[in-house]
Design a protein around this ligand. Structure first.
Ligand SMILES: [Zn+2]
Length: 223
């Protein structure tokens, strides 16, 4: 039994949990059932976890529950997208774009804000960032037009960058996106590099440790 076998097994487990929770939901008062339903929509939360979290929230104090609800509301009301790099911001250019200490010569291109945070955690890149807000993925209906590529080209044309580092994930989608972006950037006469392997192929920057990210950045090669 390979990976497929274990995956099949997980699916059976998930289905069983789902049926158990559906049965239990009938016993729950409507507001509690609604909370479980909402929690279940979150990534990585299965029916059982949703039920456990909902029951936990029910046991917390009024203040604790309000603090969580307020935090969710506030993040939706106040967090937007940086008009320069498309990272998250609480208004205007984000902290990384506003930081005068950073190197205006090097631009690091990442797929999403989580990857940017992983790079920042590793602490090896002191230049600027550009968040594409996705990767080219025909399977998910993501074409180049859905990404912040025109904005990237405009930044490179107008900025003082001497190098663009393509730090998209080492997946099929990440590689395809890097290749596509490199083809558009090279005619602008700029040095375009791709982070080195060392990161697991098919992996996610967000799950890589800081040393691996730093090494892959140091070992980047010109495209
Ligand atoms: Zn920014």
């Amino acid at each position: 039994m390979g990976a497929w076998g274990s995956q099949g097994c997980c699916r059976v487990g998930f289905a069983r949990d789902f049926l158990e929770v559906v049965a239990a939901m009938r016993a729950y008062p409507k507001p509690l059932a609604r909370l479980i339903e909402e929690l279940e929509k979150l990534p990585g939360i299965g029916p059982k976890s949703a039920q456990r979290l909902a029951l936990h929230l029910l046991r917390t104090t009024e203040e604790e529950a309000s603090a969580l609800a307020d935090a969710i509301r506030e993040v939706k009301e106040s967090i937007g997208t940086c008009p320069v790099c498309f990272n998250y911001t609480a208004g205007g250019p984000c902290e990384l774009c506003s930081d005068l200490q950073r190197d205006d010569g090097v631009l690091c291109v990442v797929g999403d804000a989580r990857d940017l945070m992983a790079m920042e955690r590793a602490g090896s890149h002191r230049g600027r960032y550009h968040v594409l807000q996705g990767l080219i993925s025909p399977m998910e209906g993501m074409g180049p037009d859905s990404l912040r590529i025109p904005e990237l080209l405009a930044r490179v044309r107008e900025g003082e960058f001497t190098e663009v580092i393509l730090a998209t994930n080492p997946t099929v989608e990440g590689d395809a996106t890097a290749m596509y972006v490199a083809r558009l950037l090279k005619p602008l006469g700029i040095k375009v590099t791709r982070i080195a392997l060392g990161l697991p192929v098919g992996g996610d920057l967000d799950y890589a440790d800081d040393v691996t990210i730093s090494r892959s950045l140091e070992g980047r090669r010109e495209m």
